[in-house]
Ligand binder design. Sequence first.
Ligand code: SF4
Length: 238
Amino acid sequence: MRPESTIVPTIHQKMDHFVARWLESTSDRRPFLHCRQGCDKCCSMAVHATHDEAVGIARRLTEDQSRRLAEYVDGLKEVLACGVQFRDYLRWHPQRVGHCPFLSEASTCGIYAQRPLSCRALLSTRPAAWCATDLAALDDWDRELYRQSLDPEFVAWPSHFIAATQTYARDLEAHLLARQKSRYGWSLSGNFPLLVWLEREHQVSHRPLDVCFRRLTGLNAESLFVLDLDPSKTSTTN
Ligand code: SF4
């Protein structure tokens, strides 16, 4: 079995330090942030993670989390069976797939200490109801009002989330992926719960790479992932 990546906790710590420093250094000028404990709106959005982040979670799930994960994957399979494109998957996720399976009954994160970079980076400058809103469904007038309500110095347009923390999270993700690729000849990132499920049910990290390909293809889920290969180190049948 491939050993768990020891760098993930360090990378998560770096992210948390960055967020804390950013919050402190911008406290006198940044927009009001609406995130607070017990708010779970962003947990119905499609969550992205690296495979290394998912491996540790897959090995520590409780029975209840495993059950919820299986239900989530069943719901996602139904949506994928309709042949949705990536853009529609992002739009439809809150309504048609629903909450992250690791959200607890009390609306708190059940894997808080191990939650992925993308969750750590999300800071909302609009009230919670906007976090899962399908902006494409707004008419031009409402979309323009929404745009004008945002501070372009701080947000990652076309969203109301803080840009600086997301950019930093992407840099750290790139670092994790480059490290995985140089060690194993491939790296994988994409839908977080599905990555955990793939690892838990099919142990993709210590099987031939073509198993991973087949699982993603069988689910119509290839478009939800980025699989990066180093041809000098990997073949799909090794
Ligand atoms: S991992 Fe935790 S914070 Fe992230 S979406 Fe799931 S429940 Fe929410």
